[in-house]
Write a protein that binds this ligand. Structure first.
Ligand SMILES: C[S@@+](CC[C@H](N)C(=O)[O-])C[C@H]1O[C@@H](n2cnc3c(N)ncnc32)[C@H](O)[C@@H]1O
Length: 337
């Protein structure tokens, strides 16, 4: 080993260690599948203090004896700020891999892919168009619930005049971006589980890839039902996660009450709220499955071409393999009031 290689060895080891540690802290726990991968390895389990991940795990699971760390009535607020902290940072970062993966899109969903789809933007537009296909007559007022940065709000302008389009999100920062992406539309900061609209106000409601954050889906569906006109349609895409326990452990997800694992449970919930003519399509393979493969291929291509280094490759693979381990069904839902 040359001197300069030797000088690199320790910083590189530290960098890889820090990178993987950060991923494990982000996950907040060790998923079963990862635990299985290391099952024959013995760790020194002596605990020296609690890591931030341990504290967060204890707080959300209510397992810590310290009363300051158990669930409190301010949890809903803390959920909103956790979600905003996460997305307001993640959505606006275009450093390195994020820029490569996102391309020029202002959408922030994983898209709906087929063999002709080559970019994230095409996949996200295709997803929105597939949902809008459930709405036979695109007229009257429409709400884009959890509009992100307003790419979907902007695309609604292909069908609706700006004054008939409303967009809401819990993030002030994303609403500002929506205002510039979709000028003239009615963009407001609002929680999707506390809609400040009159009864029977909207002809249709669109909600792309956000309901898994809502405290709770049922509350959102009840409110959506209330503000829809009779005969109006709610169309949404949603992702279900693989275990109730995992939802509790992740800071950007609400309480386990929001956990749904099957399309049948989703249908039951919608019909309990009052919706009829319910259509639920399982699109998992063409949503998460295709996004996962596209991303993993893309980053290997970038690595092969020398645009990503081993640390960046490792970080994004950890994130994607972790997400894959917690992602269940991806659904398209259409339901009528
Ligand atoms: C995965 S992103 C999807 C964004 C957008 N629909 C799109 O497709 O580009 C999830 C979005 O849900 C928003 N969100 C999460 N919880 C919310 C809530 N309770 N009320 C309104 N928006 C919420 C987040 O701020 C984020 O913009």
């Amino acid at each position: 080993m040359t001197d300069s290689q030797h000088d690199l060895k320790e910083p590189l080891k530290k960098r890889l260690f820090d990178s993987i540690s950060a991923q494990i802290d982000l996950i907040g726990y060790v998923p079963d599948d990862i635990a299985k991968l290391v099952k024959n390895f013995t760790f020194d389990t002596e605990v020296v203090g609690q890591s931030p991940a341990d504290v967060e795990f204890a707080r959300r699971s209510g397992k810590n004896a310290d009363p300051d760390l158990t669930e409190t009535s301010s949890d809903k607020d803390s959920l909103a700020s956790q979600v905003n902290n996460y997305y307001d940072q993640a959505f606006y970062s275009r450093d390195g891999i994020m820029g490569i993966l996102l391309g020029d899109t202002q959408y922030r969903n994983i898209g709906y892919w087929d063999e002709t789809t080559t970019t994230q933007n095409q996949a996200s537009e295709r997803l929105q168009d597939a949902l809008l296909d459930f709405i036979p007559e695109k007229s009257g007022r429409i709400l884009d619930a959890a509009c992100g940065m307003g790419a979907s709000t902007r695309r609604l302008l292909n069908h609706y005049p700006a004054e008939n389009i409303w967009a809401i999100n819990i993030s002030e920062k994303q609403i500002e971006t929506t205002r510039s992406n979709a000028p003239g539309c009615n963009a407001q900061v609002m929680n999707a589980v506390d809609l400040k609209f009159d009864d029977d106000f909207f002809d249709n409601i669109l909600c792309i890839e956000a309901a898994f954050h809502f405290e709770t889906r049922r509350k959102f569906l009840e409110d959506a039902y209330r503000v829809l006109k009779p005969g109006g349609r709610l169309v949404l895409s949603d992702t279900l996660f693989t275990s109730r326990e995992r939802l509790v452990q992740h800071a950007v997800f609400p309480s386990p009450e929001n956990h749904i694992e099957t399309a049948e449970e989703y249908r039951k919930l919608l019909s309990e709220v009052g919706f009829s003519d319910i259509i639920i399509n399982d699109v998992s393979k063409d949503v998460w499955g295709a996004h996962f493969l596209h991303t993993v291929n893309k980053i290997h291509e970038e690595f092969y071409n020398g645009n990503l280094n081993i640390v960046q490759l490792t970080e994004i693979l950890w994130t994607y393999y972790h997400l894959n381990s917690i992602t269940g069904l991806c659904l398209f839902v259409s339901a009528q009031k």
